[in-house]
Design a protein. Sequence first.
Length: 127
Amino acid sequence: MSYKVLVVDDSKLARMAVNKALSALYPDWTSLEAANSEDALRAMETSRPDIALLDFNMPGQNGLDLAAALLKSNPHMPVAVVSANRQQEILNRTTAIGAFFLGKPLTQHELADFLRSAVKYLTTAKP
């Protein structure tokens, strides 16, 4: 099955790196890009992605707040917050809202682990 992955990061280079790893792992999946929370919310309405990878530090709304908003309206969507900020408070808040935490720099191995978990969840979750 093919999935749509929303990649949200204000850095074009970071989005390109994630998309490169994603296409190496799952070439038949679709990647949607957003540079900020507003673009991400628009993409949610128009393209309905299945999985989201969100940068933590972005101008405007941060990735944790965006993750909370996405999960409120899409509780069965696998969401990961991606950040180099590994403070315990960030990790705790990420877990508390029901998202996953992935460290930066994001490795293909770590992305693969998250995506395998996401697929397993999507195929077994009862919406």
